[in-house]
Design a protein around this ligand. Sequence first.
Ligand code: KG4
Ligand code: ZN
Length: 357
Amino acid sequence: MLVLGIESSCDETAAAIVRDGRIIESSVIASQIETHKKFGGVVPEIASREHLVKIVPVVEQAFSDAKIPKSAIDGIAVTNGPGLVGSLLVGVSYAKAMAYALKKPLIGVNHIEGHVYSVVFENPPVQYPALALIVSGGHTNVFWIPEPGKYKVVARTRDDAAGEAFDKIAKLLGLGYPGGPVIEKYAREGNPKAVHFAVPRMGDGRPDFSFSGLKTAVSKYVRETGISPAVEGTAPSQEIKDLAASFQDVVVRSLVGTVNSIAETYKPLTLIVAGGVACNQYLRSAATEAASSMHIPVYFPSPNLSTDNAAMIAAAGTAKLIAGERSDLSLNADVSMRLQNIEVEDDILRKTVKYKL
Ligand code: KG4
Ligand code: ZN
Protein backbone atom coordinates (compact mmCIF):
# COMPACT_ATOMS: atom_id res chain seq x y z
CA MET A 1 0.00 0.00 0.00
CA LEU A 2 1.49 3.34 -1.08
CA VAL A 3 0.38 6.52 0.63
CA LEU A 4 1.38 10.09 -0.18
CA GLY A 5 1.71 12.24 2.94
CA ILE A 6 1.52 16.04 2.87
CA GLU A 7 2.50 18.29 5.78
CA SER A 8 2.32 22.08 5.91
CA SER A 9 1.05 22.89 9.41
CA CYS A 10 3.82 25.28 10.44
CA ASP A 11 7.03 26.25 8.64
CA GLU A 12 7.98 23.06 6.81
CA THR A 13 6.50 22.11 3.44
CA ALA A 14 6.85 18.35 3.24
CA ALA A 15 5.73 15.43 1.09
CA ALA A 16 6.57 11.74 1.44
CA ILE A 17 5.61 8.41 -0.05
CA VAL A 18 5.39 5.55 2.43
CA ARG A 19 4.90 1.87 1.63
CA ASP A 20 2.78 -0.27 3.95
CA GLY A 21 2.95 2.38 6.68
CA ARG A 22 6.57 1.52 7.55
CA ILE A 23 8.91 1.99 4.58
CA ILE A 24 9.88 5.45 3.41
CA GLU A 25 10.12 5.48 -0.40
CA SER A 26 10.79 9.24 -0.41
CA SER A 27 10.65 12.13 2.04
CA VAL A 28 11.11 15.73 0.96
CA ILE A 29 11.20 18.61 3.45
CA ALA A 30 11.51 22.27 2.45
CA SER A 31 12.32 24.14 5.63
CA GLN A 32 11.64 27.85 6.05
CA ILE A 33 14.01 28.26 9.00
CA GLU A 34 16.29 30.67 7.09
CA THR A 35 13.32 32.87 6.13
CA HIS A 36 11.98 33.16 9.68
CA LYS A 37 15.37 33.38 11.42
CA LYS A 38 15.63 37.13 11.00
CA PHE A 39 12.28 37.58 12.76
CA GLY A 40 13.25 35.29 15.66
CA GLY A 41 10.20 33.08 15.11
CA VAL A 42 7.67 31.88 12.54
CA VAL A 43 5.72 34.68 10.83
CA PRO A 44 2.39 33.04 9.85
CA GLU A 45 1.68 35.23 6.79
CA ILE A 46 5.13 34.58 5.32
CA ALA A 47 4.86 30.87 6.15
CA SER A 48 1.66 30.39 4.13
CA ARG A 49 3.08 32.29 1.15
CA GLU A 50 6.18 30.08 1.15
CA HIS A 51 4.03 26.93 1.34
CA LEU A 52 2.21 28.14 -1.78
CA VAL A 53 5.49 28.46 -3.64
CA LYS A 54 6.91 25.12 -2.40
CA ILE A 55 3.97 22.72 -2.34
CA VAL A 56 4.01 21.76 -6.05
CA PRO A 57 7.81 21.23 -6.40
CA VAL A 58 7.97 19.37 -3.06
CA VAL A 59 5.22 16.90 -4.01
CA GLU A 60 6.70 16.44 -7.51
CA GLN A 61 10.09 15.75 -5.92
CA ALA A 62 8.57 13.13 -3.61
CA PHE A 63 7.20 11.24 -6.64
CA SER A 64 10.41 11.52 -8.64
CA ASP A 65 12.63 10.46 -5.68
CA ALA A 66 10.41 7.42 -5.11
CA LYS A 67 10.28 6.70 -8.86
CA ILE A 68 6.57 6.08 -8.49
CA PRO A 69 3.89 7.42 -10.85
CA LYS A 70 1.05 9.37 -9.26
CA SER A 71 -1.43 6.77 -10.45
CA ALA A 72 0.28 4.10 -8.29
CA ILE A 73 -0.61 5.59 -4.90
CA ASP A 74 -3.47 4.12 -2.86
CA GLY A 75 -4.32 7.23 -0.88
CA ILE A 76 -3.40 10.75 0.20
CA ALA A 77 -2.90 11.72 3.84
CA VAL A 78 -2.72 15.37 4.79
CA THR A 79 -2.24 17.24 8.07
CA ASN A 80 -5.43 19.20 8.71
CA GLY A 81 -4.66 20.41 12.24
CA PRO A 82 -3.51 21.69 14.63
CA GLY A 83 -1.32 24.45 13.23
CA LEU A 84 -1.37 27.82 11.50
CA VAL A 85 -4.55 28.24 9.48
CA GLY A 86 -2.96 29.75 6.37
CA SER A 87 -0.23 27.08 6.36
CA LEU A 88 -2.64 24.17 6.93
CA LEU A 89 -4.96 25.36 4.15
CA VAL A 90 -2.22 25.13 1.53
CA GLY A 91 -1.63 21.42 2.20
CA VAL A 92 -5.33 20.61 2.69
CA SER A 93 -6.42 22.36 -0.54
CA TYR A 94 -3.62 20.76 -2.51
CA ALA A 95 -4.36 17.28 -1.16
CA LYS A 96 -8.08 17.64 -1.86
CA ALA A 97 -7.44 18.77 -5.44
CA MET A 98 -5.04 15.89 -5.98
CA ALA A 99 -7.40 13.31 -4.46
CA TYR A 100 -10.20 14.59 -6.71
CA ALA A 101 -8.07 14.65 -9.86
CA LEU A 102 -6.52 11.21 -9.26
CA LYS A 103 -9.72 9.69 -7.79
CA LYS A 104 -7.81 8.49 -4.72
CA PRO A 105 -8.99 8.18 -1.11
CA LEU A 106 -8.20 11.16 1.12
CA ILE A 107 -7.57 11.16 4.85
CA GLY A 108 -7.03 14.10 7.20
CA VAL A 109 -4.38 13.47 9.89
CA ASN A 110 -3.84 15.18 13.23
CA HIS A 111 -0.29 16.53 13.22
CA ILE A 112 0.34 15.30 16.78
CA GLU A 113 -0.80 11.81 15.87
CA GLY A 114 1.70 12.07 13.03
CA HIS A 115 4.47 12.66 15.59
CA VAL A 116 3.33 9.53 17.47
CA TYR A 117 3.71 7.52 14.24
CA SER A 118 7.18 8.96 13.53
CA VAL A 119 8.72 6.06 15.50
CA VAL A 120 7.39 3.28 13.25
CA PHE A 121 10.10 3.45 10.61
CA GLU A 122 13.23 2.69 12.61
CA ASN A 123 12.03 0.70 15.63
CA PRO A 124 10.42 -2.67 16.30
CA PRO A 125 6.59 -2.58 16.29
CA VAL A 126 5.15 -0.59 19.21
CA GLN A 127 3.70 -2.80 21.95
CA TYR A 128 0.49 -1.50 23.45
CA PRO A 129 -0.48 -0.03 25.84
CA ALA A 130 2.06 2.69 25.13
CA LEU A 131 2.86 6.05 26.66
CA ALA A 132 3.94 8.84 24.30
CA LEU A 133 5.70 12.06 25.20
CA ILE A 134 5.23 14.44 22.28
CA VAL A 135 7.44 17.50 22.67
CA SER A 136 7.69 20.08 19.93
CA GLY A 137 7.58 23.81 19.30
CA GLY A 138 3.80 23.85 19.50
CA HIS A 139 2.90 20.91 21.75
CA THR A 140 3.90 19.18 24.96
CA ASN A 141 1.69 16.26 25.88
CA VAL A 142 1.84 12.82 27.39
CA PHE A 143 -0.64 10.45 25.76
CA TRP A 144 -1.89 7.15 27.04
CA ILE A 145 -2.38 4.87 24.01
CA PRO A 146 -4.03 1.59 25.10
CA GLU A 147 -4.32 0.44 21.47
CA PRO A 148 -3.43 1.94 18.07
CA GLY A 149 -5.51 5.02 17.29
CA LYS A 150 -6.86 5.50 20.86
CA TYR A 151 -5.52 8.49 22.76
CA LYS A 152 -6.00 10.00 26.15
CA VAL A 153 -4.11 13.11 27.23
CA VAL A 154 -2.59 12.35 30.64
CA ALA A 155 -0.47 15.50 30.89
CA ARG A 156 -0.30 18.72 28.92
CA THR A 157 1.43 22.04 29.15
CA ARG A 158 -0.56 24.78 30.84
CA ASP A 159 1.27 27.50 28.90
CA ASP A 160 4.32 27.31 26.59
CA ALA A 161 5.38 24.15 24.77
CA ALA A 162 8.83 22.81 25.67
CA GLY A 163 10.27 23.72 22.25
CA GLU A 164 8.80 27.19 22.55
CA ALA A 165 10.58 27.54 25.91
CA PHE A 166 13.89 26.55 24.26
CA ASP A 167 13.27 29.15 21.53
CA LYS A 168 12.38 31.92 24.01
CA ILE A 169 15.33 31.23 26.33
CA ALA A 170 17.75 31.13 23.38
CA LYS A 171 16.46 34.53 22.29
CA LEU A 172 16.84 35.87 25.82
CA LEU A 173 20.42 34.58 26.05
CA GLY A 174 21.30 35.98 22.61
CA LEU A 175 21.88 32.51 21.15
CA GLY A 176 19.71 32.80 18.02
CA TYR A 177 16.95 30.76 16.39
CA PRO A 178 15.76 28.01 16.48
CA GLY A 179 16.60 27.73 20.15
CA GLY A 180 16.61 23.98 20.73
CA PRO A 181 19.69 22.99 18.73
CA VAL A 182 21.72 26.03 19.83
CA ILE A 183 20.90 25.60 23.53
CA GLU A 184 21.80 21.93 23.30
CA LYS A 185 25.10 22.79 21.61
CA TYR A 186 26.25 25.28 24.26
CA ALA A 187 24.75 23.28 27.14
CA ARG A 188 27.25 20.54 26.28
CA GLU A 189 30.00 22.92 27.36
CA GLY A 190 28.12 24.10 30.45
CA ASN A 191 27.39 22.80 33.94
CA PRO A 192 23.75 21.67 34.34
CA LYS A 193 24.02 22.06 38.13
CA ALA A 194 25.40 25.64 37.98
CA VAL A 195 22.00 27.27 38.59
CA HIS A 196 19.18 25.45 40.34
CA PHE A 197 15.75 25.92 38.77
CA ALA A 198 12.85 24.15 40.45
CA VAL A 199 10.54 21.91 38.39
CA PRO A 200 7.21 23.76 38.20
CA ARG A 201 4.40 21.87 40.00
CA MET A 202 0.67 22.38 39.54
CA GLY A 203 -1.34 23.64 42.48
CA ASP A 204 -4.11 21.11 41.72
CA GLY A 205 -1.69 18.18 41.78
CA ARG A 206 -2.23 17.25 38.11
CA PRO A 207 0.87 15.99 36.31
CA ASP A 208 0.82 18.93 33.87
CA PHE A 209 3.78 20.99 32.64
CA SER A 210 4.43 24.70 32.84
CA PHE A 211 7.36 26.39 31.14
CA SER A 212 6.48 30.08 31.05
CA GLY A 213 7.61 30.63 34.67
CA LEU A 214 11.04 29.31 33.72
CA LYS A 215 11.45 32.13 31.23
CA THR A 216 10.75 34.60 34.04
CA ALA A 217 13.18 32.77 36.35
CA VAL A 218 15.97 32.78 33.75
CA SER A 219 15.39 36.43 32.86
CA LYS A 220 15.39 37.37 36.59
CA TYR A 221 18.66 35.46 37.04
CA VAL A 222 20.25 37.31 34.10
CA ARG A 223 19.10 40.68 35.50
CA GLU A 224 20.22 40.00 39.06
CA THR A 225 23.62 38.55 38.20
CA GLY A 226 24.26 41.10 35.46
CA ILE A 227 25.60 38.51 33.01
CA SER A 228 25.58 39.65 29.40
CA PRO A 229 23.66 37.78 26.73
CA ALA A 230 25.77 36.38 23.91
CA VAL A 231 26.48 38.56 20.90
CA GLU A 232 25.52 36.94 17.60
CA GLY A 233 28.51 35.56 15.78
CA THR A 234 30.69 35.29 18.90
CA ALA A 235 31.04 32.40 21.36
CA PRO A 236 28.90 32.83 24.50
CA SER A 237 30.51 33.23 27.93
CA GLN A 238 30.85 30.30 30.35
CA GLU A 239 28.03 31.79 32.47
CA ILE A 240 25.69 31.69 29.47
CA LYS A 241 26.70 28.10 28.69
CA ASP A 242 26.07 27.16 32.35
CA LEU A 243 22.69 28.86 32.23
CA ALA A 244 21.79 27.06 28.98
CA ALA A 245 22.79 23.74 30.57
CA SER A 246 20.84 24.45 33.77
CA PHE A 247 17.74 25.44 31.80
CA GLN A 248 17.94 22.31 29.61
CA ASP A 249 18.37 20.24 32.76
CA VAL A 250 15.21 21.53 34.43
CA VAL A 251 13.14 21.07 31.26
CA VAL A 252 14.35 17.48 30.92
CA ARG A 253 13.82 16.80 34.64
CA SER A 254 10.28 18.09 34.30
CA LEU A 255 9.50 16.03 31.16
CA VAL A 256 11.10 12.77 32.26
CA GLY A 257 10.04 13.05 35.91
CA THR A 258 6.42 13.41 34.81
CA VAL A 259 6.63 10.52 32.36
CA ASN A 260 8.19 8.41 35.09
CA SER A 261 5.43 9.01 37.59
CA ILE A 262 2.68 8.51 34.99
CA ALA A 263 4.32 5.26 33.86
CA GLU A 264 4.38 3.97 37.46
CA THR A 265 0.60 4.18 37.50
CA TYR A 266 -0.24 3.24 33.94
CA LYS A 267 2.39 0.53 33.35
CA PRO A 268 2.92 0.95 29.59
CA LEU A 269 4.76 -1.65 27.51
CA THR A 270 6.48 0.93 25.32
CA LEU A 271 7.57 4.53 25.76
CA ILE A 272 7.51 6.81 22.71
CA VAL A 273 9.35 10.14 22.72
CA ALA A 274 8.85 12.23 19.58
CA GLY A 275 8.52 15.79 18.23
CA GLY A 276 11.23 18.37 17.48
CA VAL A 277 12.55 18.45 21.07
CA ALA A 278 13.16 14.68 20.86
CA CYS A 279 16.26 15.60 18.79
CA ASN A 280 17.78 16.62 22.12
CA GLN A 281 20.40 14.09 23.24
CA TYR A 282 20.18 15.13 26.89
CA LEU A 283 16.45 14.32 26.83
CA ARG A 284 17.12 11.07 24.97
CA SER A 285 19.60 9.82 27.53
CA ALA A 286 17.35 10.77 30.47
CA ALA A 287 14.35 9.05 28.81
CA THR A 288 16.45 5.99 27.95
CA GLU A 289 17.57 5.72 31.57
CA ALA A 290 13.98 6.10 32.82
CA ALA A 291 12.67 3.45 30.41
CA SER A 292 15.41 1.02 31.34
CA SER A 293 14.58 1.39 35.02
CA MET A 294 10.96 0.56 34.06
CA HIS A 295 12.19 -2.43 32.00
CA ILE A 296 10.42 -1.20 28.87
CA PRO A 297 11.81 -0.07 25.51
CA VAL A 298 11.82 3.60 24.52
CA TYR A 299 11.42 4.46 20.84
CA PHE A 300 12.64 7.72 19.34
CA PRO A 301 12.56 8.79 15.71
CA SER A 302 15.93 9.79 14.23
CA PRO A 303 16.41 13.60 14.20
CA ASN A 304 15.12 14.18 10.65
CA LEU A 305 11.92 12.31 11.58
CA SER A 306 11.63 14.07 14.96
CA THR A 307 11.03 17.50 13.48
CA ASP A 308 8.11 18.07 11.12
CA ASN A 309 8.00 15.75 8.12
CA ALA A 310 5.40 14.11 5.88
CA ALA A 311 6.50 10.48 6.29
CA MET A 312 4.92 10.44 9.77
CA ILE A 313 1.70 11.86 8.30
CA ALA A 314 1.65 9.16 5.60
CA ALA A 315 2.22 6.47 8.28
CA ALA A 316 -0.62 7.73 10.49
CA GLY A 317 -2.82 8.12 7.39
CA THR A 318 -2.08 4.55 6.29
CA ALA A 319 -3.33 3.19 9.63
CA LYS A 320 -6.52 5.21 9.25
CA LEU A 321 -7.08 4.19 5.62
CA ILE A 322 -6.57 0.52 6.57
CA ALA A 323 -9.14 1.00 9.35
CA GLY A 324 -11.58 2.21 6.67
CA GLU A 325 -11.52 5.89 7.61
CA ARG A 326 -11.93 8.45 4.81
CA SER A 327 -12.20 12.22 4.58
CA ASP A 328 -14.33 13.82 1.90
CA LEU A 329 -13.74 17.00 -0.07
CA SER A 330 -15.28 19.08 2.72
CA LEU A 331 -12.12 18.42 4.79
CA ASN A 332 -11.05 21.68 6.39
CA ALA A 333 -8.19 23.03 8.48
CA ASP A 334 -8.79 22.80 12.24
CA VAL A 335 -6.24 25.05 13.95
CA SER A 336 -6.87 23.82 17.47
CA MET A 337 -7.58 20.14 16.71
CA ARG A 338 -7.22 17.96 19.82
CA LEU A 339 -5.96 14.42 20.01
CA GLN A 340 -8.13 12.62 22.53
CA ASN A 341 -10.76 9.99 21.82
CA ILE A 342 -10.88 8.12 25.12
CA GLU A 343 -13.33 9.55 27.56
CA VAL A 344 -13.41 6.84 30.24
CA GLU A 345 -12.22 7.54 33.75
CA ASP A 346 -8.60 6.83 34.63
CA ASP A 347 -9.40 3.99 37.06
CA ILE A 348 -11.59 2.16 34.58
CA LEU A 349 -8.87 2.53 32.01
CA ARG A 350 -6.19 1.21 34.33
CA LYS A 351 -8.23 -1.89 35.11
CA THR A 352 -8.28 -2.76 31.41
CA VAL A 353 -4.52 -2.48 31.15
CA LYS A 354 -2.58 -5.68 30.57
CA TYR A 355 0.33 -5.54 32.96
CA LYS A 356 3.66 -6.75 31.73
CA LEU A 357 4.88 -8.32 34.96
O1 KG4 B 1 8.21 19.17 15.75
P1 KG4 B 1 8.75 20.49 15.32
O2 KG4 B 1 9.63 20.51 14.09
O3 KG4 B 1 7.62 21.51 15.04
C1 KG4 B 1 6.43 21.59 15.77
O4 KG4 B 1 5.51 20.77 15.51
O5 KG4 B 1 6.40 22.48 16.64
O6 KG4 B 1 9.54 21.10 16.57
C2 KG4 B 1 10.29 22.29 16.49
C3 KG4 B 1 10.78 22.61 17.89
C4 KG4 B 1 11.44 23.98 18.00
O7 KG4 B 1 10.89 24.68 19.10
C5 KG4 B 1 12.91 23.66 18.26
O8 KG4 B 1 13.59 24.62 19.06
C6 KG4 B 1 12.80 22.31 18.97
O9 KG4 B 1 11.76 21.65 18.31
N1 KG4 B 1 14.05 21.57 18.85
C7 KG4 B 1 14.82 21.23 19.91
C8 KG4 B 1 15.97 20.59 19.37
N2 KG4 B 1 15.85 20.55 18.01
C9 KG4 B 1 14.66 21.15 17.71
N3 KG4 B 1 14.65 21.41 21.22
C10 KG4 B 1 15.63 20.97 22.04
N4 KG4 B 1 16.77 20.38 21.60
C11 KG4 B 1 16.98 20.16 20.29
N5 KG4 B 1 18.11 19.59 19.87
ZN1 ZN C 1 5.40 19.07 14.78
